[in-house]
Every structure is written in structure tokens, then in C-alpha cells.
Design a protein around this ligand. Structure first.
Ligand SMILES: [Zn+2]
Length: 183
């Protein structure tokens, strides 16, 4: 199996086991030259196997149909930055809760402040499989590494999948601390 596929399986399981995704939610991908390796639509992120990860084109959507519905968002993030080699998306509960009432989230805990000074919240009409998200989120990911789509969940980019998953984990922990301090 390709080492990139092994990474996707490993971090899909980690995101699921950390409670950052549930059942069929979330998606992750790795840029692989002129392709993107990404989770197939309808598969369970915590229990992926070789056949659940497919190759789509980096520069066009010709092979997107079986892919995760967020493939267009992943592609837009890659095409906007040569540095980002992996993208992760999660329906992190506390981050999503805070996104309803905040335009930006500033971590209060030490780890959160160490990694991310500010987490932008993006408000869009349509939030799933959204052209608007694909248009607006790449600049936020390039600048902040991570962004929350209001009412939906977190997207993060990194040089590796581990880095992208780290940002999602840090955002959720920072959000949980802020929420529990205020409720
Ligand atoms: Zn989602």
C-alpha cells in the first residue's frame, strides 16, 4: 500500500478516536504530485481501508464523483499554497459550538496560544460541498493554518497530515476550554 494511504488510514482513525469526528463525518487528503489522495464519499473515517482512498486530479474535478463531497475545498486549499501538502476536516463539537457566536476565536490555554494566535470563523450560506467555502477558505488556511466553517466544522492544512491533524486537535481543545470557562 502507498505510504500516503497508510497515513490517511492512521490519522483518520486518530481523528475518530479523539472524538473529533463521528461515524461517517470528516475527510482527509494528501497531495501526491499532480493528484490528491482523498477519502471516498460515504466511508467511515475511523475504519478506512485501501479501497476507501482514491486518487483525484489536483487541477480539475473530472474524477471527483466518488470522492468526499469536500474534495473541491481540499483542491482549492492545495492550489492556493505550495506549502500545504495535507488537509484535514473534522466536525469538532466545541469548535462548532463556538463558531455560532464568534467571528474569531482566540485560544486562552497555553498550548492553543503556542500553536495558533487566532482561529478565523468563516460564515457562508451553504456550508457543505460549498463553492463559497472553496473560494474563501484557502486564504484563511494559508494565513492561519486552520479555520472553522460556521455551524459545520474545522478545516486545517499542513506540510504533513500529522501537522494538519495537530491543528484540528489544538483548535478543539482550545474551544472546549473557552466553552467550559464560560458555561
Ligand atoms: Zn464536514
Amino acid at each position: 500500500m502507498l505510504k500516503e494511504k497508510k497515513e490517511i488510514i492512521k490519522f483518520g482513525k486518530i481523528l475518530y478516536e479523539q472524538g473529533l469526528n463521528h461515524s461517517h463525518s470528516g475527510n482527509i487528503s494528501i497531495r501526491n504530485k499532480n493528484n490528491i489522495l482523498i477519502k471516498k464519499h460515504g466511508t467511515m473515517l475511523g475504519y478506512l481501508s485501501d479501497k476507501d482512498i482514491i486518487n483525484i486530479n489536483l487541477k480539475n474535478s473530472n474524477k471527483d464523483k466518488p470522492a468526499s463531497v469536500e474534495a473541491k475545498v481540499h483542491r482549492a486549499i492545495y492550489l492556493n499554497s505550495n506549502i500545504i501538502k495535507a488537509v484535514a476536516h473534522a466536525h469538532a463539537t466545541y469548535a462548532t459550538i463556538l463558531s455560532f457566536k464568534n467571528k474569531t476565536i482566540k485560544p486562552m490555554d497555553s498550548e492553543g496560544q503556542y500553536y495558533i494566535s487566532e482561529i478565523p470563523v468563516l460564515s457562508c450560506g451553504l456550508t457543505i460541498c460549498s463553492d463559497e467555502v472553496a473560494k474563501k477558505i484557502p486564504d484563511l488556511i494559508s494565513k492561519y493554518k486552520v479555520a472553522i466553517v460556521r455551524g459545520h466544522g474545522v478545516f486545517a492544512g499542513g506540510k504533513t497530515l500529522e501537522e494538519a491533524c495537530l491543528y484540528i486537535s489544538v483548535v478543539e481543545n482550545a474551544s472546549k476550554i473557552i466553552y467550559l470557562l464560560n458555561n
